[in-house]
Design a protein. Sequence first.
Length: 487
Amino acid sequence: MNFSASSYYTLHRPSFCDRRVYLRSHKIKEPESSEFDKLLEELGQRHELEHLSTFEEFEDLRGASFEDRISRTLAAVKNGASVIYQGVLQSTIPGSKDEVVGIPDFLIKDGKSYRIRDCKLARHADESRHPEILLQLELYGWLFEETFEMRPTALEAYLGDRTILETSYDGGAFALEVLKDIRSVSNLKEEPYSPVGWSKCMGCGFEQRCWSIAHESGDPAIIPAIDQGAANGLRKIGIQSIDHLLKKFDVAKLAEFKRPWGKGVAKIGKSSERILLQAEAIRDNKEILISPIGLPDSENMVMFDLEGMPPYFDELDKVYLWGIQVYGAKPGPFTPALASFGTEGDRQGWMDFLSNSRKIFADHGDIPFVHWANYEKTKLKAYMKRFGDEEEIAQRVLANCLDLLEVTKESLILPVYSYGLKMVEKYVKFKRTMEEFGGEWSMAQYIRAVETKDEKLRNEIMSKIVKYNEEDLQATWAVLQWLRERA
C-alpha cells in the first residue's frame, strides 16, 4: 500500500476522522468535489504560481513523469540547483514495505542543504487549527533526510496572507507515528466507528453516506447535544441506539457518566437532561416545550442575514451582502447592501447597510433585528472596528439584535439533528424556490463573480446570491411565525 504526505489531509480535513481514512483506502466512492472545493483548488494553484514567479531561476519538474521526477530531483539536489519546483521524495515507512511519497512545492538551496517550503491558502498553521500542515512539512523533512542523508535547514509554509511560517523539525518522529496510525486504520478489515457530527461532517465527501447509516441505526451521535467524546464513550459500553440510551440512563445517571474529554475524561453533567429530551423528541418525532417562548412583543421586526467570505488567499474576511427586510404589520422592501468589486467595495457595502438601517430606525424606532446564530453580531463588531460607526447606527443594530437560534434552543427541543437554519426551516415546512443554495454555494458563486470580466454573467451570478439571501430572510421569518404559534 502506498501513502503520501496528503494522507494527513485525509485524516484531518475537513475535521479529524479515521473512518474517512479507511473509506478512501478501500476505494469507497465519494461524490465529486463541490464547486466551492474546486474554486479553492484553483485559488491554491494561483497562490502557488504567484510565489513561483518570485524566483528568478528554478528547475521545474511538473511536466515529467513520476519516475522521471524522482530521478531529476536526486540529480538537481546533487548538482546544487538553486530552486527545485515540484520535486518528488520517496522512501518506505520504517518497519514495513509500504512506500510513502512527498511532493513539496519548493526545495530552496540554503548553504549546504535545502529549506523545504510548501504553499497553503490557510493564514494560520498551528497544531489546533491545521495540524495536517505541520505533519506534512515534518514528513517532507524526514523524506529529504532519508533521501540525501542531511537535514533540511528549515521547514516553511508560505501562507495565504503571503507570510512565511517556519516550523520546527524533530527528525520526523511524530509525523511517522501518525502515518503508522493511518496505515493501521487503512489495513483494518472492518470499517471503524467514528461518530457523525453536524459541523464535523460538513464538507466531507462521505457526509451523506455516514449520516444515512447513523439514521438507520439510530446512533446516539445524531443527537445534537451529544458531543464526540460522549458518542465514543457510550459506544464503548455498548450503547449503539437511541432506544438503548433511553432504557439505560436517567438524567442523574447520565450526568455522572464519564466520557473522553481532551487528554482525560469528564462527566457529561448538566447537558444530560437535554440529551435525553432530545433523544425522546427524535424517537417520538415530536417537539418538547421546556420553557416559555421568549419573543418580543413587537408588531414589526427586521429579518437580518449576511453572506460572508472567509479569509482565503487575498480576500478580506469580508461580508459581501448585508440583507435586511422589515416583516410584520407594516412590512418593508428587501434591501440588500452589496459590496462592489472595486478596491473600496467592502466599505461601500458597509455604508449602504448603515444607510438602509438608518432608514428603518427612522420609520420604526428601535425594532428587533432578528438573525440566526451569532455570525451577524460577530461581523457587526468587526466592521465597526474596520470602517467605523460615526452615527452609532451599527451600535443601535447590535443593541436590537435577537438571536432566534438561542430563543428556539432555550424554549423547545425539536426532533432534528441540527439547529442550523436549513434544518429547522425544513422542519417547520418552509420551502425555497431555489434548487441550489447554502453558505458554500454562495461563496463559490461570489468567487465566480469576482473572477469573471463578463459584466452580464457577473450580474446574473449576483442576482442569484441576492435571491438566496432574500429566501434566508423569508425562512427566518417563517421560523419566527411558527414559534409565535407555539407561544
